[in-house]
Design a protein around this ligand. Structure first.
Ligand code: URA
Length: 232
């Protein structure tokens, strides 16, 4: 990771304070003064600040049940940030792996480990996301076949990847997709002449939502490892 990030993750310094300390020559990597905040360091490098060895805080991995009317952003905008529900230290170091719209509820994964979240959001990994979808009218009988073949979304060059549509009742369905295009679920149903009225993410990969709305918990080791560098 970048040296300034390493210094932040191992001290109480902000990014700006860490950069200033690096510029002033207070930080050494393996005994050598390093004045570039962009220098890359590994966890097994010996990094010191004013001669004191630093050790990085371990990465954190959380799941949250997002409520409607909150946004997947680190700061409040038109709606409040979902981070208001997470009362832990160094909240600003965390980011969201796969955003939901303001009116969408359900499973959100949050971490400060960029390599881990890359495995969730990068299209090539085809990570499965499962949504429960409430519709404005009964689903067409051929919808499952269309979603399996792939749908042409407006403004996209390629068809959507095969998706699994399961009917619970005619207006209440479950959809599994392996992509995360902008407003993908809403656009998929719009393209077959229907409208999403409620949208709730139940699952990402092997991780199932199991906390109440607005609540969060840390992931288990097994859940974290399910997104390590392997097929998902
Ligand atoms: N697809 C959408 O349209 N919205 C979301 O929030 C997530 C997936």
């Amino acid at each position: 990771m970048r040296l300034d990030r390493f210094v932040c993750k191992s001290t109480m310094l902000t990014r700006v304070q860490a950069s200033s300390a690096i510029e002033r020559g207070e930080v050494c990597v393996n005994g050598q003064t390093m004045t570039s905040e962009r220098a890359q360091v590994h966890e097994n490098n010996l990094v010191t600040l004013n001669g004191v060895a630093l050790s990085c805080r371990p990465f954190r991995y959380l799941l949250l049940n997002k409520t409607a009317g909150t946004i997947c952003s680190n700061i409040d905008e038109v709606y409040p940030s979902l981070f208001n529900n997470i009362d832990i230290e160094h909240r600003d170091e965390l980011h969201i792996a796969g955003r939901l719209d303001a009116d969408t509820t359900g499973l959100v994964l949050i971490t400060d480990d960029g390599r881990w979240s890359f495995n969730i959001i990068t299209p090539s990994k085809q990570c499965r996301k499962v949504y429960r979808v409430g519709l404005s009218k009964a689903i067409d009988l051929d919808a499952a076949d269309k979603f399996k073949q792939g749908i042409q979304l407006q403004g996209e060059e390629k068809l959507t990847k095969p998706a699994l549509l399961e009917m619970i009742t005619p207006k209440d369905v479950r959809l599994t997709i392996t992509e995360g295009k902008f407003h993908q679920v809403k656009r998929m149903f719009a393209s077959i002449g229907n409208k999403v009225v409620t949208l709730h993410r139940e699952r990402i990969g092997d991780i199932q939502l199991d906390v109440m709305p607005g609540e969060w918990r840390y992931l288990t080791q097994l859940e974290i490892e399910s997104f390590s560098d392997k097929d998902l």
